[in-house]
Design a protein around this ligand. Sequence first.
Ligand code: ARG
Length: 424
Amino acid sequence: MKKVVLAYSGGLDTSVAVAWLREQYDVEVVTLTVDVGGGSLRAGVGERALSAGASRAYVVDARQTFVEDFVWPAVRAGALYQGAYPLATALARPLLAQLLVEVAHREGADAVAHGCTGKGNDQVRFDVAVKALDASLEVVAPMRIGMGLSREGEIEYALERNIDIPVTHASPYSIDVNLWGRSIETGVLEDPWVAPPRDVYAWTVDPAEAPSPVEITLAFEAGVPVGLDGRSLEPVELVEALNELAGSHGVGRVDHVEDRLVGIKSREIYEAPAAIVIHAAHKALEGLTLSKDQLRFDRLVAAEVGQATYDGLWFSGLQANLREYTRTVQQAVEGEVRLRLDHGTATVVGRRSPTSLYDHALATYDAGDAFDHASAVGFIAIFGLPLRTEAGRRDGAGWATPLLPDLPLEVVDSEVEAGAVPVG
Ligand code: ARG
């Protein structure tokens, strides 16, 4: 190993890792910091990397790419891990891994490095994605192979070497953040019975303290949001605006015990106001614009994409195929959705679309009903045929157990029949 590109956040761990890698392996260290929004970019990060001993520091603004090429495909697919987690951290990993590989090529480096521990999903995502893009690159994770310093140890290590360290107080939590959400774990949260303390949350107000409810309108084209309340917005702006707005109404908190790829159940808190609203709106619009069969099949795709994204398999052939599939299907998902933001909830209250499959003339019970009621009789005769055939074999009783004997019953007879006594 001669030259390594390190994924560098500018935090204490990765600052120490720069020096540690140089000393341990006698290698040149180039750092890569990627801005994926949500406040993930620390000021002065490039200078800090150099102070830690990096020979060169790359800082990349990837916010737009992150939303368009990683977040939007997940929205089109309706991908949530275990039905709850909008995958903010998981979606940023393949982007980071790809940039690590590209910088490594540009720099002629033979290795990449990241600051993940040996217990989480992120190490798997980085390693697997890097190897999928360039199997010849070595992947080093100092935290996994013995750098193992306590926070105090790291501070001392940095001070001894004149490394500029971030002046943050020790957070009681481990937090990862990007435009699509905040992921918070560890500390008191490790007891799944303990309610999350107030200081866990930074993007959302306590739902009980939210202002009066508001109604918003989200516009979609080809399965992704393009406008808010009548204003067209660029992807990054739109997600930021929605995080702000929905967060101010307490929308976007997720408290979830999830199954990590490495076999551990773990309690996670997420804040993802925009993600929660966008997924809810998207689903409502799909209900209006996709066929029953597309909706049925898309549930399988959503589960598959959610799992694979979580598991770090973004660059697999199947995932590339499924992204193409959803892109095609989602061409029809266009229109507007109204939602009410009300003390922590985002409820769909209306939807409309130029590509709608909803036919009022067919659906209505009022005048103008175009549905052919009489033909329902023939339809039901054929539809119910196999069930009648099957029931006939068992003398009509089918598989139903008698209900009447066990239910409280009152029988009221007509007065003509004298002496009727209600049975109770
Ligand atoms: N459990 C989430 C995931 O695997 C989030 C992990 C975030 N990391 C952190 N240091 N909080 O995607």
